[in-house]
Design a protein around this ligand. Structure first.
Ligand SMILES: Cc1ncc(COP(=O)(O)O)c(C=O)c1O
Length: 496
């Protein structure tokens, strides 16, 4: 058929017909409902090898339309067997990103609108809902007015923008002149604790500051940055010709959810005129609970901070709420308006494209709006409180069991511990034992835990922040972990 002949039939060139969309849309919602209801029946970690999924996919794309029935059936046959189920209540690894009904529906709507929120006028609803819901969230966190907000995709991207703003704030004209080959600027110095997330290292790489410029400040025995050490480092660096420009504090570090003493760090940053950025990716969300507000003490004096609703506020990945008291600096770092992007209302509105490297932006604020309204602030608080309670229960069990050793305090609901039978004290042996425990637990498919390293020691790490996690699940998790540990010790003939 020639193109002209085909054009006669406009349906051929258009989108999926409306009745078909409706039919498969309902079908997919039914599928998702059943999936979420029965998520526990799937192995948390799929039992497959690298390459297994690709082997099932044709090497070339289909020349002819395949129809939704066939596509849906392949979701069951090909995709589902290779999914790691983050929504599973025994997904206890990393920081859980569990998705909620309202979040999923908001994503559907966002895809349907398919707007690009680069400018206010390219979707006023997106721009204004983003500004507004971010102020709701700021208020929920107990943070004062005066923080301007923007949504980025991930915490890594948000921290990179914070550090870029800090670099802009250092007044060395990096925007115009770059950094390479300059003899007129001192080497920049960035500070974060030894426990800070690797995204801070990646920011140093991305921004041309370099890993050597990132000075890791030691922590106390609760894995919190030592402000005295920060102070000393700054004095020493200035003496040696460095230009300190930014400190990153963490509220809820990745390994142990330790909380840096932000207020003391803020004193130093104010005295030294350094940009203070607070990474509250996971832990920051806990501040919506009034009795947990203390974790953000001092953050009201920070230049910027972030929290990840996609970690502990039940939003589908990805959404990061980033706040700064100095949006003008962020704008000076990133704004570049090509002629074709100029709009008449520029003086009255914020065009979000001016505050980052991205031009195109998804309508992510819909998720915040749906999730906050559906659960209500009280509903979100209650869910987080419940996770803190689960964390306390699990901690108690670890502490009471003689062959487990807790390796860090538990300020939230993430527990670091290891198997440490009385008769083994060799660190290499303990490492092998715990590595084996993690691998064998994950291979069961019944549970997914992860690991970290604390003071050089390999430890198990479980996190309780999943939306579908109940006491019965963590009781089951504890039983699985204990039974597996005892089985390994018996196999290795180590007396319990
Ligand atoms: C403290 C902290 N910051 C940043 C990140 C990175 O988050 P994202 O995946 O959103 O970049 C994490 C991830 O776990 C984290 O724990």
């Amino acid at each position: 058929m020639s193109l002209n002949e085909k054009k006669k039939d406009l349906e051929f060139l258009g989108d999926m017909p409306a009745d078909e969309f409706r039919k498969f849309g309902y079908q997919l919602i039914d599928w998702v409902t059943d999936y979420l209801t029965n998520v526990e029946k799937y192995p948390v970690l799929p039992n497959i090898k690298p390459g297994d999924i690709r082997k099932k996919l044709p090497s070339s794309p289909p020349e002819k339309s395949e129809g939704m029935e066939k596509i849906f059936s392949d979701v069951d046959k090909i995709i589902l067997p290779g999914v790691t189920h983050w929504n599973h209540p025994l997904f206890m690894a990393y920081f859980n990103s569990s998705s909620s009904g309202p979040g999923i529906l908001a994503e559907l709507l966002s895809a349907a609108f398919n707007t690009n929120g680069m400018l206010w006028r390219t979707n006023p609803s997106s721009a204004e809902l983003e500004q507004h819901t971010l102020q709701w969230l700021r208020e929920m966190l107990g943070m004062p007015e005066g923080f301007w907000g923007i949504i980025y995709d991930t915490a890594s991207t948000a921290s990179m923008h914070a550090i870029a703003a800090a670099r802009q704030n250092a007044g060395i004209k990096v925007r115009e002149k770059g950094l390479a080959g300059r003899s007129d600027v001192h080497k920049l110095r960035l500070y974060a604790s030894e426990q800070a997330h690797s995204s801070i290292d990646k920011s140093a790489i991305t921004l041309g500051i370099g890993l050597d410029a990132l000075r890791k400040i030691p922590t106390d025995n609760e894995f919190r940055m030592l402000p005295g050490e920060l102070d000393k480092a700054i004095v020493e660096d200035k003496k040696n010709g460095w230009l300190p420009f930014c400190v990153v504090a963490t509220v809820g570090t990745t390994s142990t959810t330790s909380i840096d003493p932000v207020d003391k760090i803020a004193d130093i940053c104010e005295r030294e005129n350094l940009w203070l950025h607070v990474d509250g990716a996971h832990g920051g969300s806990a501040a919506i609970i009034p009795e947990m507000r203390w974790i953000l003490k001092g953050t009201e004096r920070a230049d910027s901070f972030l929290v990840n609703p996609h970690k502990w506020l039940f939003h589908p990945v990805d959404i990061t709420a980033f706040y700064t008291r100095k949006p003008d600096v962020l704008k000076r770092a990133f704004s570049l308006v090509a002629d074709y992007l100029k709009t008449p209302e520029v003086k009255e509105v914020d065009n979000y494209m001016d505050y980052g490297i991205q031009l195109g932006r998804r309508f992510r604020a819909l998720k915040l709006w749906f999730v906050i309204r559906y659960f209500g602030v009280e509903g979100l608080r209650d869910r987080l409180r419940y996770h803190l309670y689960l964390g306390k229960e699990f901690t108690k069990w670890v502490d009471e069991y003689p062959d487990f050793e807790r390796m860090a305090p538990v300020p939230m609901s993430t527990i670091c511990f290891r198997l440490h039978p009385e008769n083994i004290n060799d660190e290499n042996e303990l490492e092998k034992l715990n590595l084996r425990l993690v691998n064998e637990l994950d291979a069961t498919g019944d549970i997914l835990v992860s690991h970290t390293r604390l003071n050089g020691k390999y430890v198990l790490r479980v996190n309780m922040s999943g939306l579908r996690m109940e006491l019965k699940h963590i009781e089951k998790a504890w039983e699985i972990i204990k039974t597996k540990a005892e089985e390994i010790l018996r196999r290795l003939k180590i007396k319990l």
